[in-house]
Design a protein around this ligand. Structure first.
Ligand code: B12
Ligand code: SF4
Length: 482
């Protein structure tokens, strides 16, 4: 029996998601499809399991999934795999937008959604190697790169198998004693935020699975100590379908709690928020992004500061926790924005929050703009984790934008702020604050070389040679691994 191994490489460095080693689910869906074809499959989540290259040697095909911060590590693994003579296919958002770069390391790149493309590619590999009809594929033919057209997005998401987590040792993702199950009920987003690559990857049309199909998947996980993380980018983008799904979940009387991502506009429908709570919603992740009205307009977020404040009232008022996500670095942002954001965040008493640095992710409009304005200063992808300044901001020096991020985490996770959480009996918030405080401190400790480099940077001379420093980190990890 032929064997395919899928790998999700480890993210480099030290970041706020360190203790939340959740996998993306594409690999698990693709693995389920390959299993249906009769292949033996395995998924390695490097964050949870070391890569055994002896095993890789015995496989027939390797699939590597990338996002931008993991791209460097993905290329190291791909090079090593190809040295052993095993063909490598890469997929995921990073290589979707930079297939030429990836083809320096992989035999094939699958752009955008991978399900149909992978099946067609394996057909081609099994039947004579004519790749010309494989949708979404980039590959080399006689030394020249060929990009086959992207076929339209999957119209019927119900045709997909459920992600098969049993094919990985990283099957058990426990956080605070609960097993986290990732489930995606929809793809795409009708909005167009300038910093986001979701629409470039999965389209602007909001596509969703049928309620029956989702409920059937959820039934497998109707157990105590299970927690569902709906990976949707915008769970309530279609309120009618959200209502139908929530009612079905309430009728099914599930034991588990769940979290998901929503936009602030969910609060315009208070009944919907109440239904979410009744259906077991524990936490929502909300991209507030900024309390600077000019930045909100510039990033095309389509939301106002008043809507943000109202959403917090409605969501928290209905007993749902909020993880608020803020970003600094838009051209309209200054120290004033940072101070106002911190003040706002303290006032509204969110359960948890993150203040990350605007990052030009390939696939986003912001990336294209930074490239065309020649403002990208660090090209090493392992810095693209939203914890590092990689472009030249307008109203900050690089160092000050970096400091803005550290300052905000320091200010919202003080002992005083933690005592407020204790006083309000928000123990979840207290635990997360303790965690975030530790991460913020550790990050500073581990990033001394980087900070020193930033400090020595003179305005107008922000061209960087960080690459060496970071690549060294990746190589050190590699040394420890292989
Ligand atoms: C869940 C999630 C997380 C989780 C887990 C992340 C992880 N393991 O990397 C958490 C919360 C920890 C997280 C954190 C971050 N995330 Co996140 N996250 C997501 C989210 C919402 C869902 C991922 C998912 O499962 N998607 C659904 C499956 C079906 O898609 P998929 O896995 O990509 O697979 C499909 C294709 O990509 C392709 N494919 C993928 N791999 C392969 C392999 C082969 C061989 C083939 C053929 C095809 C193929 O086919 C699959 C099926 O169609 C996505 C948004 C999104 N819609 O994808 C953002 C997303 C991946 N995150 C993103 C980012 C930027 C981050 C952060 C840097 C923080 C931030 N938001 O600023 C951190 C970094 C984390 C890290 N590891 O370093 C970006 C990545 C952008 C980019 N250009 O790389 C995304 C796309 C969101 C965005 N707004 O643009 N994230
Ligand atoms: S940031 Fe959220 S709302 Fe904006 S385009 Fe991306 S997924 Fe949609």
């Amino acid at each position: 029996m032929k064997k395919m191994i899928f790998i999700e490489p480890k993210a480099p460095g030290f970041h706020i998601f360190l203790r939340f080693p959740l996998p993306r689910i594409g690999n698990f869906i693709l693995a389920a499809l390959m299993k249906q074809r009769g292949w033996e499959v395995e998924v390695i989540i490097e964050e949870l399991q070391k890569i055994d290259f002896e095993k890789i040697k015995a496989a027939d095909l390797i699939g590597i999934s990338t996002i931008t911060p993991t791209a460097g590590r993905a290329y190291v693994i791909a090079d090593k795999t190809r040295e052993m003579g095993i063909p490598v296919i890469m997929g995921g958002p990073h290589v979707t937008f930079l297939p030429e770069e990836a083809l320096e390391h992989a035999d094939f790149v699958v752009r955008s959604e991978g399900e149909h493309a992978l099946m067609a590619l394996v057909d081609a590999l099994e039947n004579g190697n004519d790749y010309s009809k494989v949708p979404n594929l980039s590959y080399k033919l006689n030394g020249k790169i060929v990009h086959n057209p992207i076929e339209s997005f999957l119209a019927d998401l119900d045709e997909l198998p459920y992600p098969d987590f049993s094919v990985s040792k990283g099957d058990n993702h426990f956080i605070a004693g609960q097993r986290i199950i990732p489930i995606q009920t929809s793809r795409g987003c009708p909005f167009d935020c300038s910093f986001c690559s979701v629409t470039g990857m999965f389209g602007k049309k909001y596509r969703f699975r049928s309620t029956e199909n989702i409920i059937e998947e959820l039934r497998q996980y109707n157990k105590k100590n299970y927690f569902i993380f709906f990976y949707d980018d915008n769970f309530t983008a279609n309120r009618k379908r959200a209502r139908e799904l929530l009612l079905a979940m309430i009728n099914a009387d599930f034991h588990f709690h769940w979290s998901t991502q929503v936009r602030v506009d969910v609060a315009k429908d208070v009944e919907l928020v109440k239904l979410m709570k009744r259906a077991g919603c524990h936490t929502v992740f909300v991209g507030f992004e900024s309390v600077n009205p000019e930045s909100l307009i510039a990033m095309k977020k389509n939301q106002t500061v008043a809507e943000i404040a109202n959403a917090i009232d409605v969501i928290q008022g209905n007993g749902i926790h909020i993880h608020g996500m803020f970003v600094y670095g838009f051209d309209e942002d200054s120290w004033q924005t940072v101070k106002e954001t911190v003040k706002f965040a303290k006032k509204v008493q969110l359960t948890s929050m993150q203040f990350l640095i605007l990052t030009p992710f390939p696939g986003s409009e912001f990336y294209k703009r930074m490239l065309s304005e020649n403002r990208i200063v660090i090209k090493d992808w392992s810095f693209y984790d939203a914890h590092h300044v990689v472009f030249k901001p307008q109203k900050f020096s690089l160092l000050n934008l970096q400091r803005a991020q550290i300052y905000s985490h320091t200010k919202v996770y003080t002992i005083l702020e933690m005592s407020k959480k204790l006083f309000n009996k928000n123990l979840v918030g207290l635990g997360l604050a303790y965690y975030a405080r530790g991460i913020n401190r550790m990050w500073q400790k581990k990033s001394k070389v980087y900070m020193k480099k930033l400090k020595s940077t003179r305005p107008g001379r922000e061209s960087f040679e960080f690459d060496d420093y970071r690549v060294n980190i990746v190589l050190d990890e590699e040394k420890a691994q292989v």
